[in-house]
Design a protein around this ligand. Structure first.
Ligand code: ZN
Ligand code: ZN
Length: 337
């Protein structure tokens, strides 16, 4: 069967590998789609070489079809499924606290362990979730990033009539905005990329573009008090600098972006307004279940986020194009072509 292999910075190759045999408890999947996200772009650039081995198989946003399932697993051949791409110990403090997605020895499929960029994949049946028929294959592939968004919005406790400012209108920022809107919040997305601004407007979201100061905007919008919740989804120091100035007294700051380097935070505002800042990473099982409900109910539109589909052989090229910062939201690898 075909698979794509990471061969070190800026190099993917496609080749063949023996079809896996499922271990006890594992199901066999025919992988149909794999989404490419920011994490994959970091892998492509060599930033995660301490986690991704040479010859490793990436891909953690996976949709496929069950071809073989262990008896009593609740899954059957033909089931359409997504994969919660996490491996955790179930014994450490985090796991015992109910935060297994933050397990002290967490391993992520497609990063630390082989992922979905292979035609057939043996994966623990316990990590599968069924996809309703109302979602097509492309939409189903976006359930993983949507589960990130439902997790982030749940952690920030966004509620009806809240004012929410999202810094960054990429796929995750956009999905956070859509989930927050579904909860009845009033949402504005801060974004600099013109193409993304168009896409956000197409989804009926209000935006603040590069020609407006987000701090000034937030204060005008809220009569000088500040927004209830701000999400930092850019990974950019300028957004971190601004975020403490846009939130109201006792308001919430949620750090979703990956900041690999320390960046200055305006702690005086944290102190003066008694802000609450938290991190939000990955997802719990209930976030997946909510994501599937919201997607299937059509309340969070996923199809408009798919910019392009590429065959497995074009992974290298697709990564280069995505890094080029062109008019791209989400690129999916189609393993059926
Ligand atoms: Zn991802
Ligand atoms: Zn653990």
């Amino acid at each position: 069967m075909r698979a794509a292999f990471y061969q070190g910075a800026r190099t993917f190759t496609t080749g063949t590998v023996a079809t896996p045999t499922p271990a006890p408890g594992q199901a066999l999947l025919r992988v149909k789609r794999v989404g490419i996200c920011g994490t994959d772009l970091h892998i492509f650039q060599g930033h995660l070489d301490h986690r991704v081995p040479k010859g490793g198989i990436i891909g953690h946003e996976i949709f496929g079809e069950v071809t073989e399932a262990p008896a009593g697993s609740g899954f059957n051949p033909g089931d359409r499924v997504v994969v919660e791409p996490l491996s955790f110990c179930q014994q450490c403090r985090a796991c015992r606290m109910g935060a297994s997605y933050l397990c002290y020895s967490l391993k992520v499929f497609g990063v630390d362990l082989p992922g979905g960029m292979q035609e057939t994949w043996a994966v623990d049946a316990a990590r599968l979730l069924k996809v309703p028929d109302s979602l097509d294959d492309d939409q189903a592939t976006l359930i993983e990033p949507l589960a990130v968004a439902t997790h982030d919005v749940r952690r920030a406790a966004v509620k009806r009539d809240d004012t929410v400012l999202v810094f960054g209108g990429g796929p995750i920022g956009t999905l956070i905005a859509l989930v927050s809107r579904h909860r009845g919040a009033r949402v504005v997305v801060v974004e600099v990329n013109r193409h993304r601004l168009e896409m956000l407007k197409g989804l009926g979201l209000e935006t603040v573009g590069p020609d407006r100061d987000p701090v000034k905007f937030a204060n005008e919008w809220t009569g000088g008090t500040g927004v209830d919740v701000a999400f930092e989804v850019t990974g950019h120091p300028a957004a971190v600098r601004a975020m403490t100035d846009v939130v109201r007294v006792w308001g919430t700051l949620s750090i979703v972006a990956i900041h690999a380097e320390p960046v200055p935070v305006h702690l005086y505002q944290m102190f003066a307004r008694e802000l609450v800042m938290h991190g939000a990473r990955l997802y719990a099982r209930e976030d997946w279940e909510e994501a599937i409900r919201l997607a299937a109910g059509g309340v969070v539109p996923l199809a408009p986020l798919v910019s392009r589909k590429i065959p497995l052989e074009a992974l290298q090229q697709g990564m280069e194009q995505a890094l080029g910062g062109g008019p791209v939201m989400k690129v999916l690898v189609d393993l059926t072509t």
